[in-house]
Design a protein around this ligand. Structure first.
Ligand SMILES: Nc1nc2c(ncn2[C@@H]2O[C@H](COP(=O)(O)OP(=O)(O)OP(=O)(O)O)[C@@H](O)[C@H]2O)c(=O)[nH]1
Length: 976
């Protein structure tokens, strides 16, 4: 047997489609709409069901009823309700399923009847000719059908629901009165409406011709909160009009409504909005009801919300077997009912929303509000963040919108953009606020993890004892400026590095090896010469870490100085043994004993005093004490250290200095700490990588390999590594590149985080109040990575005022290029060239673009100039300087110039156009300026004390006898 559509079957059976749908639902069959097809077996069962119910309109029953349309309504109502009602326990049940009804009573007593009734109501109006009665009948039926339009017409043709209606009809109520609902109610006898409440209503029904709208009285209470907002709501309302709202009433032909209201109003549906509305599908209600009814979702089964299906109302609450269980047809009924029936479209919309929105709403409910921003909080779980991560990174890890984090931070007083790197404290603050345990991964850990990903390890693991071989001690020479470090090293290796230094200060780190003989044994010592200026503190600190022994140079004539102590602290922190070289002992003012005494206070006790620190008196210029110094170094190393390394492994070490050589490209001076570095090795040094093209030792010779503790220049890198960056040999170029790339990215983020000068809101507002803030932007270019780094560090320490600050927007090794100039031009930055010059057309371009390039070869000169420049950016400070005072003795009125004050200058001078303030009884009345100034009849520029004058105060005319006029000027005050 071919599939048949519901409406076809309904027609065949002489029923309303909705009735058929309702019955199907009752049978547990899910049929979406009247146009849906149903299988033959289902049709058979349906027929059986209808037959057994007797409701089936045996075909034409309907026709018979045609006359009784009105009755029909009730029946329908009844029927429909029945199902629903059943759940609701409405009266309807009586008709359709008495049994059901009975049980249901509890649920929505009044509802059922009433509910249905209402439905009709609405439609009624449309029903043309039919006065109340007919409509009611039809309506109920129609109602299911939703479509307003169609509904109207249907009334006539369609006899009310056959099955359902029939019973009710029989019950007569229907017949009497058009009110279907009314009719049903009477039925209640079945006990449907246990709730008693509506006894009254039942009777009333009769009155209501237009009665259909039964629901009036009771606003569908249970209806649901949603109703209003949804399409449904509206409809519901309509029917409701208690007492038949005029509006509708008017429309309706049947005008009768009024009565209905009363009737219904009675109170049928106590609780439930849907009572009468049986038919009315209330999408909104559905959910609720189903929920109430119990089986929340199950409802679906009932038939997705087919309107007719009694989905809504009835089903809901009571949820009697048929409808109830399933969830009451409730489920989603929106589709059927809402859409079509009410033509609102609200239904579907709602449905769509619920999926997405519900989740969002749920999330939001869960999310606490921080300063008005809702962000889901954590449960204290740990979130690992790399140093310098951005809000976007954090947001991604915790699955929230970065914008919301920006807002949260804003409320916490930090203004940060989503992609900006944030510092550790801010990250922690945010984490604490959102209840996450933030673990900022240190660069060291990050580095370790990075290498682990490539199965590499940088460290001391050099294999077994057998693999280890003695290696030279690596020594760092430290000390106060000009105490003779360079000269001493120079003396030790018989070269003259010092002469090449500009400004007399060591600018770069050099490393050299010196041979000596101790106890008839040849020993090699590697020296790292660190710069002495304070600006190089960072490099010196690194130097201390990469060395075995520190030689502290102290001038015998000067004694321990601040940087001597600082250097000592670095050595101590690095747990490096110290050998003190008391230099310049050749000087007449030299006092080596004093130096020993001073350093004793800092924990360096000379051996001769019973301590374990070796002090050696030397004279770098005269070459005295050098052998003793070397011997002291070797002895100290032998005594305190076990200097060994595995020369067989892949080389690892540290880059001491690097620069960009015009002819050779990036050149890095590295110190091999373990393993042996060979030409041809793939290496990665910080963010630089490459393959070793050549190795050059400290005396400029090309070598094939560099063993532990040997300083060597490496050629072949693709870029310039930073001073202090670790280097290591890796399996292949690809690995080297990948590691370098990741380090580069990390470095960028970290630099951004460190460099970003975040201002709190308070600070910002403070500065805004003071006026615009100024920032000096710089681009640094130098001959070596160490120099550039040192310069930047020194510059960043300059503190002139809160109002001005400086920021390095770019830095690099090598000549100043056109790229640098164009960046400077675009950003308004100044370029500082340290031991480098503009290259090619960069100078020309700088002139054209008006870019300021400054060249330096001595670091502190750069610092001085930048400091001066920053001071120059400060806004001038003005202070008030009083000019004089005059007393008003006469007042003259002039139609041309206003009020003229005849004054006696009591002190100083009155000057034309000078700033002035008028004082009355010691109170400033106005701040203005002297307008015209006359002495006798002549205009003058100023009048001195002891003289009378006439003056005007701008447009201020409220001058009185006895007022004091004070003049002053603002004078720029020099800054400190
Ligand atoms: N009389 C005397 N003068 C010395 C001796 N050693 C160094 N000088 C002088 O001290 C001055 C500074 O020497 P440098 O070697 O440049 O000192 P430094 O510690 O390397 O200085 P910076 O590079 O600025 O840190 C130079 O004029 C040297 O000639 C010494 O043993 N005796």
């Amino acid at each position: 047997m071919a599939k048949v559509r519901v409406y076809e079957l309904a027609k065949e059976l002489g029923l309303e489609s909705k009735q058929v749908l309702a019955t199907l639902k009752d049978m547990g069959e899910f049929v979406r709409s009247a146009s849906s097809t149903i299988e033959a077996p289902v049709v058979r069962r349906l027929r059986d069901r209808l037959d057994s119910d007797g409701s089936a309109s045996d075909g034409k029953k309907a026709e018979d009823k045609s006359a009784a349309k009105k009755a029909a309504p009730k029946p329908k109502a009844g029927s429909a309700p029945t199902k629903r009602a059943s759940s609701a326990g409405g009266s309807a049940p009586a008709s359709a399923k008495p049994s059901d009804a009975a049980p249901k009573p509890g649920p929505k007593p009044g509802v059922a009847p009433g509910t249905r009734a209402p439905r009709p109501g609405p439609r009624v109006p449309r029903v043309p000719g039919t006065p109340g009665t007919p409509r009611s009948a039809s309506q109920p039926v129609t109602r299911t059908t939703p479509k307003p339009g169609p509904a109207v017409p249907k009334p006539g043709p369609k006899p009310p629901a056959a099955p359902m209606s029939e019973k009710p009809a029989e019950k007569k109520p229907a017949e009497n009165t058009p009110k279907p609902s009314a009719a049903p109610k009477p039925t209640p006898p079945t006990g449907a409406r246990p709730t008693a409440p509506k006894p009254g209503p039942a009777p009333k029904p009769a009155p209501r011709p237009g009665g259909p709208r039964p629901r009036p009285g009771t606003p569908r209470p249970g209806n649901n909160p949603f109703a209003p907002s949804q399409g449904m709501g509206t409809q519901n309302r309509r029917p409701r009009p208690e007492g038949g709202r005029p509006e509708r009433g008017g429309d309706r032909p049947g005008g009768p409504r009024p009565q209905a209201p009363a009737a219904r109003g009675g109170g049928p549906r106590p609780g439930g909005g849907s009572p009468s509305g049986i038919p009315r599908p209330n999408p909104a209600m559905m959910p609720k009801q189903s929920a109430v009814g119990g089986p929340a979702r199950g409802g679906r089964g009932g038939g997705r919300g087919r309107p007719g299906g009694g989905r809504g109302p009835g089903g809901g609450p009571g949820g009697p077997p048929p409808f109830g269980p399933p969830g009451g047809g409730g489920g989603r009924g929106r589709r059927g009912g809402t859409q079509g029936a009410f033509g609102r479209g609200g239904g579907p919309r709602r449905g769509r929303k619920s999926k997405r929105q519900k989740r969002q709403e749920f999330d939001q409910m869960e999310a606490p509000s921080i300063g008005g921003v809702r962000v889901r909080k954590g449960d204290g779980q740990t979130v690992r963040m790399r140093r310098g991560a951005s809000l976007a990174d954090f947001a991604e890890k915790i699955g929230v919108d970065p914008a919301s984090l920006v807002q949260v931070l804003f409320h916490l007083g930090e203004m940060v953009t989503a992609n900006q790197s944030i510092n550790d404290e801010t990250l922690q603050l945010l984490g604490a606020e959102l209840n996450y345990d933030i673990q900022v991964v240190s660069p060291e850990d990050e580095e370790r993890e990075l290498l682990e990903r490539f199965d590499l390890e940088f460290g001391e693991n050099e294999g077994d004892e057998d693999d280890l071989m003695p290696r030279p001690a690596v020594v760092t020479v430290m000390g106060h400026v000009d105490h003779g470090k360079t000269r001493l090293l120079d003396a030790l290796r018989h070269s003259n590095v010092q002469a090449k230094e500009a400004g007399g200060i060591t600018q770069t780190i050099g490393a050299y090896q010196v041979e000596t003989e101790v106890d008839d044994e040849d020993r090699t010592i590697t020296f790292i010469d660190t710069p002495g200026h304070e600006a190089f503190t960072a490099m010196r600190a690194r130097g201390a870490k990469s060395t075995d022994i520190a030689v502290l140079v102290v001038a015998a004539d000067d004694g321990a100085m601040p940087q001597t102590i600082e250097a000592l602290n670095h050595a101590t922190a690095a747990d490096v043994p110290v050998v003190v070289a008391v230099n310049k002992v050749d000087k007449p003012t030299a006092d080596p004993a004093k130096v020993r005494g001073q350093l004793t206070e800092y924990g360096l006790v000379p051996e001769e005093y019973g301590g374990d620190t070796m002090f050696v008196d030397v004279s770098a210029t005269k070459g005295e004490g050098l052998d003793e110094l070397l011997e002291a170094i070797v002895l100290t190393a032998d005594a305190a250290l076990e200097l060994q390394a595995n020369p067989e492994m892949d080389a690892q070490g540290v880059a001491i200095e690097a620069h960009l050589d015009k002819g050779r490209g990036p050149v890095a001076t590295v110190l091999v700490q373990r393993g042996t570095l060979h030409v041809g090795d793939s290496i990665v040094a910080g963010p630089a990588h490459g393959r070793v093209r050549a190795l050059i030792n400290d005396v400029g010779e090309s070598v094939e390999a560099a063993e532990p503790s040997m300083p060597v220049q490496v050629l072949g890198l693709t870029s310039v590594p930073g001073a202090g960056d670790a280097f290591m040999v890796v399996p292949d170029d690809r690995t080297a590149r990948q590691i370098a790339d990741q380090r580069e990215a990390r470095k960028r983020a970290a630099a951004q985080a460190a460099g970003a000068r975040r201002k709190t809101l308070d600070q910002l507002f403070e500065q805004l109040e003071k006026g615009e803030t100024e920032e000096l932007l710089l681009i640094l270019k130098g001959d070596g990575a160490g120099s550039v780094e040192a310069l930047e560090e020194a510059l960043m320490k300059i503190e002139v005022s809160e109002e001005v600050s400086l920021r390095v927007i770019d830095r690099g090794v090598g000549a100043i290029t056109e790229t640098n100039v164009s960046l400077a031009a675009a950003s308004g930055a100044v370029i500082l060239g340290f031991n480098v010059r503009a290259q090619g057309k960069a100078t020309e371009m700088a002139d054209r673009e008006n870019v300021d390039i400054r060249y330096y070869s001595v670091i502190y000169r750069a610092i001085e100039e930048i400091e001066a420049a920053l001071k120059g950016m400060l806004k001038p400070i003005y202070e008030e300087k009083q000019l004089g005072q005059a007393e008003v003795r006469e007042i003259f009125k002039s139609s041309k110039v206003g009020t003229i004050a005849g004054c006696m200058v009591t002190s100083g001078i009155m000057r034309r156009n000078a700033k002035a303030r008028l004082l009355r009884d010691g109170v400033v009345v106005t701040e203005t300026e002297i307008g015209s100034l006359r002495r006798e009849k002549d205009d003058v520029t100023e009048v001195r004390d002891g003289f009378e004058c006439g003056l005007t105060l701008g447009s201020f005319n409220d001058i009185k006898h006895g007022d004091i006029i004070e003049t002053y000027e603002m004078v720029e005050k020099p800054r400190d």
